[in-house]
Design a protein around this ligand. Structure first.
Ligand code: G6P
Ligand code: 1S3
Length: 605
């Protein structure tokens, strides 16, 4: 019998993820940014499978309407004839790959039978699970049907490899193995379900890692279905992988298998030909952040913007996992040290995350609007003074500079004075920009640490409980522009399988703090000796306790605020020069190895 792993046949790679055409979190970034590098290697032999959400698809998917006789086109047709609702077209992202999207709603009526079968075959418990689990089971079944049809009809002529990302995409994988379908499977977990829950809730998670009983804990946290699918996929795939050595350590305990390979995450890096381009962008977007800061703080007191540094953190609201607690503690210590040292530098720290809120705080919006009015009035006065000065000078009445005050109408004087009066306030600048539905760990910690934006504080806090988007009236910047305008990204995570945020700083030439418990930090420490000199600071959270780590982070920040502008510029150049390491055209090779290995391990039935 013909071996699938033989090298003579054409290879076809399917990549399956819940986040294909459906942005939820970091996996979307992995899949989408990797497309150009994948298409470069696989061309038309690369197809993505994902769920169909009409609204999301409308923005990034275009159907193929003309007859399509490729293996994928034929299989889509066959599945439709069987009554399944299947979309087939292009994903409208750079690289424009073909996608098959499954409308899992069309299978929801058969869910009980599907669940019954999974229980019988794998003891997968699905009673009373959340809606997402139901949806992913229906999706996983459609993926299974599709791959089986494709393999049954075409696998004699093509080598078929399927790469499943995360448990949401993988509930059909065990059956594909059980039915000996002619496909080489790879499964990547981007975190473990149990790691996510336990790191957040169990004191001393890493020290106790090897002692956890996965089933007991999964039951306790009500995630038995998710954890079981994850475990089955890990155990049954030909090649099992994860995104970092950090997460690999969890896999053995929670999933019962050591990953065969670690596949680090990259980005689609586009670098400017001239280095000064990204430095210019930094200045341009910093100006925009200055505008927000003036509106927000200067109504009460002012400070020198040329001696102001912008730090930020950003991510999902997992207070301890993302290290927000450590960041605030270190900032409180930094504030104290800067005051002790009588420094006149100001640090404004933006804590960007997503929490439920009613609206942007009306006062914050109002002061922002008043600042705009002050600017408009000033421009009107400038114009009036300019014109009148020109007339006075041209008419040659005086060769000396006249009293410019006399050139301004009473109307404009009054208007400027009134606006400034209603803008100025004695209230301290708010440390949270929105009206939250309720106090949260962040506001509690900020109050407790007394980081409430007193004039004498050298560290100011702006807690922005919504992700940054260009439509937001406070900054009017998109996330990428906001990152460029800042000086330092701070991400000392406690639990972080990979963590894209520091990497997103690096490729924009912004120095960053990460931790050795994040996949990215761990990876950097393995591949680079002088990472700190290059502007990547790694906080040791593996062997240090919270207090020691907070001290280390405060040290890092204190050193950073004492750097000269010239040093900061050079450091930005050094950090940006690392970007290429993380370009998918370099990191794709890890995926190539996984797919080759899966095809080698595959044995025909
Ligand atoms: C870039 C610009 C310089 C500017 C500097 C400010 O390098 O090219 O013109 O002076 O940024 O750096 P800073 O770290 O103070 O924002
Ligand atoms: C996961 O997404 P998350 O933010 O829930 O996958 C990402 C992509 O691999 C990874 O960067 C992140 O650390 C994980 O946690």
């Amino acid at each position: 019998m013909e071996r699938l792993g033989s090298t003579t046949k054409r290879k076809l790679l399917l990549e399956i993820a819940w986040e294909v055409c459906n942005q939820v979190g970091g996996i979307y970034t992995v899949i989408r940014s990797k497309v150009p590098a994948m298409v470069e290697k696989w061309d038309d032999n690369y197809v993505l499978l994902g769920p169909y959400f009409a609204q999301k698809a409308a923005a990034e998917y275009e159907p193929i309407t003309e007859p399509d006789e490729t293996e994928i086109g034929q299989t889509v047709r066959k599945m439709r004839q069987m009554g399944y609702d299947v979309e087939y077209g292009y994903w409208l992202v750079t690289g424009r790959p073909r996608v098959v999207l499954f409308n899992f709603q069309s299978l929801m009526g058969n869910l009980d039978a599907l669940k019954g079968g999974l229980w019988e075959r794998y003891q997968l418990p699905t009673l009373g699970v959340e809606e997402l689990v139901d949806q992913t089971l229906a999706f996983g079944e459609m993926v299974r049907v599709f791959i089986k049809l494709l393999a049954d009809d075409h696998a004699r002529r093509i080598d078929l490899a399927a790469h499943f990302h995360e448990w949401m995409a993988a509930s059909g994988l065990p059956d594909l193995r059980r039915e000996n379908v002619r496909v080489a499977t790879t499964f990547t977990t981007h975190a473990t379900m149990l790691g996510r829950y336990l790191a957040q809730n169990e004191e001393g998670f890493y020290a106790r890692l090897s002692t956890f009983d996965w089933k007991k804990e999964a039951r306790h946290y009500g995630i038995e279905a998710q954890a079981t699918v994850e475990r089955l996929a890990a155990l049954q795939s030909h090649v099992f992988t994860t995104v970092s050595d950090v997460t690999a350590r969890e896999c053995e305990v929670f999933l019962g298998r050591n990953p065969d390979l670690v596949l680090p995450n990259g980005l689609n890096v586009t670098r400017f030909a001239a280095a000064h381009e990204f430095q210019n962008l930094h200045v341009k977007f910093k100006e925009r952040i200055h505008e927000f800061v003036m509106g927000h703080f200067f109504q009460n007191y002012s400070f020198d913007l040329d001696k102001t540094l912008y730090f930020f953190t950003s991510g999902r609201f997992e207070f301890t996992n993302k290290g927000y607690d450590l960041t605030l503690e270190a900032l409180a210590r930094l504030n104290w040290r800067m005051r002790e040292a009588n420094m006149d530098t100001t640090v404004v720290m933006f804590m960007v995350t997503k929490q439920p809120y009613r609206s942007i705080n009306p006062e914050v919006l109002h002061t922002r609007a008043l600042l705009d009015e002050i600017r408009e009035t000033s421009q009107a006065i400038e114009k009036q003074v300019g014109e009148r000065l020109f007339l006075a000078s041209a008419s040659g009445k005086s060769t000396n500079l006249p009293d410019l005050n006399t050139f301004v109408d009473e109307y404009w004087r009054l208007r400027l004075r009134r606006t400034i009066q209603s803008w100025k306030t004695k209230q301290l600048p708010r440390f949270v920009t929105h009206d939250l539905l309720q106090e949260d760990d962040m506001t509690r910690f900020i109050r407790q640490a007394n980081l409430v934006n007193n004039e004498y504080d050298r560290v100011k806090i702006v807690y922005h409980p919504d992700f940054i988007a260009s439509t937001n009236p406070l900054f009017g910047l998109d996330y990428s522009q906001f990152v460029r305008g800042c000086h330092l990204g701070v991400f000392p995570s406690y639990y972080e399988p990979w963590g894209y945020t520091p990497l997103e700083c690096v490729v924009r030439g912004i120095p960053t703090v990460t931790s050795d418990q994040s996949g990215f930090g761990d990876f950097i420490m393995q591949i680079m000796r002088d990472y700190e000199n290059r502007g990547i600071y790694v906080v040791n959270r593996r062997t240090q306790n919270f207090n020691e780590a907070a001290d280390q982070l405060a040290d890092i920040l204190f050193r950073f605020v004492r750097m000269s502008m010239r040093d900061r510029i050079q450091q930005r150049n050094r950090v940006e020069s690392i970007s290429d390491v993380f370009d998918w055209t370099n990191l794709r090779s890890y995926y190539d190895t996984a797919h080759d290995l899966s095809l080698k391990r595959w044995k025909p039935a």
